[in-house]
Design a protein around this ligand. Structure first.
Ligand code: NAD
Ligand code: UDP
Length: 313
């Protein structure tokens, strides 16, 4: 029988790519989303598929459906969006996890949590291995997201210990690609949209802070590998591309690839903005036989082509 898969946050950037990949693999996909940051355009091309179904629902409320596997991605991911309604952000991570874990327990379904490199906060260990416990401010403007995601991980591991639930936890590092929202506020979409519109490129702080950027196709590939991995491998496992760049280097690449005449402007660094970030992906390499393939320049080209079409429409 075709296996039925629930994807929460399925109309978002990563969720829409995941739904597409699962449908291509012959799964029956239920996409649940409250369209807070997700958009119908992201999944419009899947609507005609009889194995694809969409349900408008907020995961902070219980959900009663019948499925075999759950990917829990619901949660705004851009700092601008998750800080807009921080109480709802914490509720989405914590109540959302409780509701989805409860559902998984009733159904005896395997469940994967989209956790984040933000669980490491502003890290003092570099690159970050899974064994690092992180340095997170519990009361700052990023805490609704960071602590919400940390609490969700706690809940996943307690359901595993207490109820023997089959859990999978992936810690996703900065991922980019087509279907990011043009007003998403994250750095890759901001820089590309600004460059294509000939606007100033906004560098926060001195631009020396670093991030490691993973192209969406690589990320979705390993997320599915993780779900399909042996049940004794729970994670947490870092997934991302270890190629590390300063924000100034990223801006220069975007300007070069778009042939833009945009100038750089410097704006204040938001509080608690991590200074450096790079995943140690040895565990993913060993356990999942995976490593990212797409170089930053190639992924940026794909993303730039996407935004050119979106901005021209
Ligand atoms: P996104 O904002 O595009 O997608 C999030 C989706 O969740 C949206 O469709 C949104 O409408 C939906 N959503 C939000 N609150 C909800 C709620 N209460 N009920 C139902 N749906 C809700 O972001 P994304 O980049 O696709 O991120 C997806 C997941 O991956 C998130 O959990 C995020 O924390 C995690 N993640 C992403 C990255 C990244 O770089 N993209 C990095 C680390 C972790
Ligand atoms: N950033 C920037 N200009 C922007 C948007 C973001 O310089 O227009 C910086 C931001 O301060 C951070 C980095 O880019 O240091 C990555 O930010 P993003 O919001 O994409 O993700 P996160 O901080 O959650 O990793």
């Amino acid at each position: 029988m075709t296996s039925r898969v629930l994807v929460t946050g399925g109309a978002g950037f990563l969720g829409s790519h995941l739904c597409e990949k699962l449908l291509a693999a012959g799964k029956d996909v239920l996409c649940v989303d409250n369209f807070y940051t997700g958009r119908k355009q992201n999944i419009a091309h899947l609507m005609g598929n009889p194995y694809f179904e969409v349900m408008r629902h907020d995961v902070t409320f219980p959900l009663y459906v019948e499925v075999d596997e759950i990917y829990n991605l619901a949660c705004p991911a851009s700092p601008v969006h998750y800080q807009f309604d921080p109480v709802q952000t914490t509720k989405t991570s914590v109540h959302g996890a409780i509701n989805m874990l409860g559902l998984a327990r009733r159904l005896k379904a395997r469940i994967l949590q989209a956790s984040t490199s933000e669980v490491y906060g502003d890290p003092e260990v570099h690159p970050q291995p899974e064994a690092y416990w992180g340095k997170v401010n519990p009361i700052g403007i990023r805490s609704c997201y960071d602590e919400g995601k940390r609490c969700a991980e706690t809940l996943f591991f307690d359901y595993w210990r207490q109820h023997q639930l089959e859990i999978k936890v992936v810690r996703i590092f900065n991922t980019y690609g087509p279907r990011m929202h043009p007003n998403d506020g994250r750095v890759v979409s901001n820089f590309i949209v600004q460059a294509l519109n000939g606007q100033d490129i906004t560098i926060y702080g001195d631009g020396q802070q670093t991030r490691s950027f993973c192209y969406v196709d690589d990320l979705i590939d390993v997320m599915v590998k993780m779900m399909d991995s042996p049940s004794d491998f729970t994670g947490p496992v870092n997934i991302g591309n270890p190629g590390e760049f300063t924000m100034l280097e990223l801006a220069e690449k975007v300007i070069k690839l778009t042939k833009s005449k945009s100038k750089l402007i410097f704006e204040p660094l938001p509080s608690d903005d991590p200074k450096q970030r790079q995943p140690n992906i040895e565990l993913a390499k060993q356990q999942l036989d995976w490593e990212p393939k797409v170089q930053l320049d190639d992924g940026l080209q794909q993303t730039i082509s996407y935004f050119r079409k979106v901005l021209a429409a």
